[in-house]
Design a protein around this ligand. Structure first.
Ligand code: PTJ
Length: 251
């Protein structure tokens, strides 16, 4: 039982959720390690959504609204932390939901499917191995994708990722929006738009932004996407990390 007045309450609650998700077979064991790495970066960015991340969220929302076939890719960590919000975001942005796992087993696919269904998802792609095709250039189980989802998607949201897939997706001409707390990861550097923020804060903000922008003219949305520079935005996140170190030094 974690006391609400504990200074690290929010972080400890998320940890508890991850441990429970691991025990329930939703999360890969490596997912716990990935979460720990995320925690460290979150600490460095101040555990809040920066103005820099907000710019990426706006551009990402515009890209989702412009998409013809947007897909939200879901792994164990995303299902454990934000399944309700993923379903809400898929509703407001008309994006399909596809399970895509690095450590893919039928048991984990089933466990994640149950979580998404409980959150209200009507259709979930990437479930039945018989219906999946191979995505050229991805040699891990992440290469098994559904023909109506990741294979033909034009815009893909990847909350939490490993670098190989982002590289292959971008190389094939897809527009990738990544959410990754590490601004130096291969995913962050390769994605079309990287939101350097925790998925538990970024996805609710994406939902809000998509709703706010949904009636705008396509030309205005396109300008928001075109004006976004991912490298500059990543440098902005790194500056936040550096300034948190400088503040400590000047005390
Ligand atoms: O569920 P599976 O089988 O697909 O496996 C998923 C994992 C996470 C194990 C797999 O994708 C993996 O190994 O990922 P990496 O290479 O460890 O990358 C995870 C990245 O996500 C790291 O850069 C972390 O900093 C970042 N991260 C971790 N937690 C969060 C996060 N970013 C945003 N929000 C988080 N909560």
């Amino acid at each position: 039982m974690i006391s609400e007045d504990h200074p690290r309450y929010k972080s400890l609650i998320l940890r508890e959720r991850m441990v429970n998700a691991y025990k329930a077979g939703i999360l890969a064991d490596a997912g716990l390690i990935a979460h720990g790495r995320g925690e460290a970066y979150d600490y460095l960015i101040g555990e809040k959504t920066s103005e820099t991340a907000k710019k990426a969220i706006e551009a990402g929302s515009a890209a989702l609204l412009l998409a013809k076939n947007p897909v939200i890719s879901v792994n164990g960590n995303a299902a454990a932390l934000v399944s309700d919000d993923i379903v809400k975001l898929s509703c407001v942005s008309n994006a399909k939901i596809e399970i895509n796992l690095f450590y893919r087993t039928p048991e984990r696919v089933d466990a994640i499917l149950k979580v998404l269904k409980k959150s209200g998802a009507e259709e979930v792609l990437g479930v039945d191995d018989k219906n999946l095709e191979h995505f050229k250039g991805i040699n891990s189980p992440r290469g098994s994708v559904s023909p109506e989802g990741l294979l033909t998607a034009d815009v893909i949201l990847v909350p939490l990722e490993d670098g190989d897939r982002t590289e292959a997706l971008v190389k094939s001409g897809k527009f990738v929006i990544a959410i990754d707390l590490n601004p130096l990861s291969r995913t962050s550097k390769t994605a079309s738009i990287t939101i350097v923020d925790n998925i538990v804060r970024a996805i609710p903000l994406l939902i809000e932004k998509v709703e706010e922008l949904k009636n705008l003219d396509e030309k205005i949305l396109q300008k928001m996407v075109d004006n976004f520079n991912n490298t500059d935005n990543l440098k902005g996140s790194l500056k936040i990390i550096l300034s948190s170190i400088e503040k400590l030094e000047s005390k």
